[in-house]
Design a protein around this ligand. Structure first.
Ligand code: ZN
Ligand code: ZN
Length: 333
């Protein structure tokens, strides 16, 4: 099969992904082999490639937002049939036995494996995954538009849940890439008023097109105080600004897996029972719940399509804020 490999972490400007021939993987017990149709490009891929996340496997095939077709079943599989369309996300598997798994918080598992990081992912023609950790994709959801739902979408959804917003709440979104452009559609569906802060004018326009009440620069103050805010941009200097925008008792959710150092700030910004919490991964329940909501709304993602062999170009564009919405690799028709 053809695949994009990362041999060693390097700046994306050096085009470190190598498009080459690889052995097609074999599904082990409990796993299925999936023929990849599309794979979304996530900022986490950039963190893996540039070494902001310490290497777990080398070489590694990145990619954790796969839409594809079950091609082959390993032993002891029963959930899917050959030809079923499925989605593969970031959480490849958990141990199922640690205190977090046993208490319904498998996203915090002590021994997790991640797709496209600790095991090979979807920047390839084929990928294997445990059938218990993949998702059935509803009919009528196009391959390209669905791929970004599998990480950007699910993580945005978990961030919204942790923010506690409800009908009539005011929500700030900091950074308006793939995750925010999905989260705003869920928030609007729930009757939440959205204020988008992002440095790129095209992203501000996309936010307004998707129903934001206001869009401005990252450090511009929103016209109203916020009940909650979600920071998707990986920049620590946004956190004091986002805290300043919150009402008393407001919640600040950090949606990124990596964020640059946070500058020190006055306790006044946190006092009055404001709260900061991060989001780590997601449970399978988050994924199932989100995909159901996404099909019902229905969520429409804006995507820019790249062929598999141009993964480096897609990631460079992502780093330069040049993708309104989400970048998606088309691997096969
Ligand atoms: Zn566990
Ligand atoms: Zn991701």
């Amino acid at each position: 099969m053809k695949a994009c490999f990362l041999r060693a972490p390097a700046a994306i400007e050096t085009n470190p992904l190598e498009y080459a021939e690889a052995a097609t993987p074999e599904p082990k017990s409990g796993e299925v082999l999936v023929r990849v149709r599309t794979c979304g490009v996530c900022r986490t891929d950039l963190h893996v490639i540039e070494g902001e996340l310490p290497p777990r496997k080398s070489p590694v095939i990145p990619g954790h937002q796969v839409v594809g077709i079950v091609e082959k079943r390993g032993e002891n599989t029963r959930r899917f049939r050959i030809g079923d369309r499925v989605g593969i996300a970031w959480l490849h598997r958990t141990d199922g036995t640690c205190e977090y798994c046993r208490s319904g918080a498998e996203n915090l598992c002590d021994n997790p494996m991640f797709t496209g990081y600790s095991v090979d992912g979807g920047y390839a023609e084929y990928v294997v995954a445990p059938e218990d950790f993949i998702y059935a994709i509803p009919a009528g959801c196009p391959d390209e538009q669905t791929a970004p739902l599998l990480c950007a979408g699910i993580i945005g959804f978990r961030s919204l849940r942790l923010s506690g917003v409800k009908r009539g709440s005011r929500l700030g979104l900091y950074g308006f890439g793939a995750a925010a452009h999905v989260a705003i559609q869920v928030a609007r569906h729930w009757g939440v008023e959205v204020f988008a802060s992002t440095r790129d004018a095209r992203h501000q326009k996309l936010a307004m097109d998707l129903g934001a009440a206001w869009a401005g620069g990252t450090f511009d103050e929103a016209p109203k105080k916020l009940d909650a805010a979600i920071v998707f941009a990986p920049a620590g200097e946004i956190i004091p600004a986002a805290l300043k925008a919150l009402k008393k008792g407001g919640v600040l959710v950090l949606g990124g897996i990596h964020i640059s150092p946070i500058p020190s700030f006055s306790y006044d910004l946190l006092y009055q029972e404001r709260m900061i919490r991060s989001v780590a991964n997601n449970t399978r329940q988050d994924g199932e719940d989100f995909l159901r909501v996404a099909a019902k709304i229905p969520i429409r993602t804006r995507v820019q399509i790249f062929p598999l062999h141009e993964a480096n170009r897609a990631l460079n564009a992502l780093k330069n804020d040049a993708i309104p919405g989400a970048a998606v690799l088309r691997v096969a028709e």
